[in-house]
Design a protein around this ligand. Structure first.
Ligand SMILES: [Zn+2]
Length: 491
């Protein structure tokens, strides 16, 4: 039987894990701030009236393989405040100005505070103590802004705090965490290495660097920082099992691909065993670039990040990827890469194109809808429809008599635990429901639904908003359509 039963787990990439970790770390930091406040003598002015409400607590799924997403909501007010002590600035003509700024920050009047901080004359900042105090205030201003207007709005203030005091841990970590959360392009290798030097015990910087190196296919470098990030993550953290899983996967990939060659095109990085056929690689790249244009156009989305595609020989495919014996290809959601066995690929180019296009759809949707929130029936259905796969029969040709379908809402999660018969029905249903969706409503509506999913709407809401019918109504119409076809087929 033809099977595209990949093991696409419902988890994010290495990058997704950072966001959750960031939330956990910042919650941890918040508690430490609170604890320290109780232990140490109170500062001249209350340090953090804005931290009166605890940030939301995010609980990771117990079973990482089934976690719907590791992308947590933005950690409101996650950064660390620094105590401002005007008493340490005796005799400076700027002390009063800084105290005013401190008071304005405490009142949440960030615009006024910013105007006054920006107005500090350059020669004032030549005084190391004033410079230090200004850095503290810019940092705290960033925190206020983060709480009221979100993390992206806080970045410029954190940046200024870092510029004024480049070796201080707190503003540096607040800036690094903000960059991770907002996926700021300033999150470069250089910045992260500097951050690790200043704050070696922070797991986020290590994991962000691991993610960056992994993206450049530097697996050994990624493993090194993954391990350091893992060691800095408390043993009891709900994130540890997932980090263990990611580490194991990257290690396995590194081992399997040690002697591989890598060649890049503008949108793909194709890795293959150097001893294997060079022609296969060329052919694979042709198919992929074609899929990029064609499928990208149909879904109105072109993946921004290059997609890694690893070509294994059939003999090692299973052990190198952990995929089941019957799988033709695999999109690994943890590693964010396509893996396929290529033995005999050139003799069956139709098969090769089908498998690559199918897995490319998964890769595209993974980038488009972060956190894998695409229901599995739609994800597989789109992969089958857009792969140009004619090897699956239509549902109405397989099932005799009146059809009772598995509700689509029960086909939204992972299918890997399904027994083979149920999995076959699931694929047929996904294919059928997606074909109906495309035929009846058009590709534009499919794009709309995907956009809604990317905006974190649940599937039921996405359908209601974009198709103007309920999820139940959509299923009813699709099921009626199949039954009608079955009746028509009998007459
Ligand atoms: Zn698939």
């Amino acid at each position: 039987m033809h099977a595209f039963r990949n093991q696409r787990g419902k988890i994010g990439t290495v990058g997704d894990v950072l966001i959750l970790l960031l939330v956990l770390v910042t919650i941890g930091a918040w508690w430490i701030t609170q604890r320290n406040k109780l232990r140490t003598a109170p500062p001249p002015a209350p340090a953090a009236p804005i931290a009166a409400t605890p940030p939301p607590i995010v609980v990771a799924d117990q079973d990482p393989a089934q976690a719907p997403s590791l992308v947590a909501p933005s950690p409101a007010g996650g950064g660390q405040l620094r105590p401002f002590t005007p008493g340490s600035l005796p005799g400076s003509q700027h002390t009063a100005a800084l105290e005013t700024v401190h008071a304005l920050i405490e009142q949440g009047r960030d615009a006024d505070a910013e105007a006054r901080l920006s107005a500090l004359p350059q020669d004032a900042l030549n005084d190391q103590r004033i410079r230090q105090a200004a850095s503290v205030l810019w940092n705290n201003l960033g925190i206020v802004r983060q709480q009221s207007r979100g993390t992206a709005a806080a970045v410029p203030a954190f940046k200024t705090a870092v510029t004024l005091s480049p070796r201080d841990q707190t503003p540096r970590l607040n800036l690094a965490h903000a960059y991770v959360e907002t996926k700021d392009p300033a999150l470069t290798r250089e910045f992260l290495e500097e951050t690790i030097q200043i704050a070696p015990n922070d797991p986020v910087a290590h994991l962000a660097l691991a993610d960056l190196l992994y993206g450049k296919d530097d697996l050994a470098g990624a493993i090194l920082h993954l391990e350091q990030g893992r060691q800095q993550t408390p043993a009891g953290s709900p994130l540890r099992p997932y980090l263990d899983l990611v580490s194991a996967r990257v290690l396995r990939a590194e081992k399997a691909e040690q002697k591989f060659s890598a060649r890049e095109s503008s949108h793909f990085l194709v890795k293959f065993n150097g001893n294997e056929d060079y022609d296969t690689w060329t052919k694979v790249l042709d198919i992929l670039e074609d899929a990029y244009r064609d499928i990208g156009q149909k879904l109105n989305y072109f993946p921004a990040k290059p997609i890694t595609v690893v070509l294994h020989t059939r003999a090692v495919f299973q052990s190198a990827t952990g995929s089941p014996a019957w799988a033709d290809g695999l999109y690994d959601g943890v590693l964010g890469r396509i893996q396929i066995p290529t033995q005999g690929a050139l003799t069956d180019q139709a098969w090769l194109a089908r498998v690559l296009r199918h897995e490319f759809v998964h890769a595209l949707l993974h980038q488009r809808v972060e956190g894998s929130r695409v229901p599995t029936w739609l994800n597989e259905g789109l992969a089958m429809q857009l792969a140009g796969d004619n090897s699956w029969p239509d549902l109405d040709r397989v099932i005799k008599g009146e059809v009772t379908l598995i509700p689509l809402s029960r086909l939204e999660g992972g299918w890997t635990g399904f027994p083979p018969d149920l999995a076959t029905v699931a694929y047929l249903e996904g294919n059928s429901a997606t074909a109906y969706l495309i035929d009846r409503y058009g590709m534009g509506k499919v794009q709309d639904i995907i956009e809604a999913l990317a905006g974190r709407q649940p599937m039921a809401d996405a359908i209601k908003d974009r198709l103007f019918i309920s999820y139940d109504e959509f299923q009813q119409r699709w099921s009626d359509d199949i039954n009608e076809k079955i009746r028509a087929g009998k007459t």
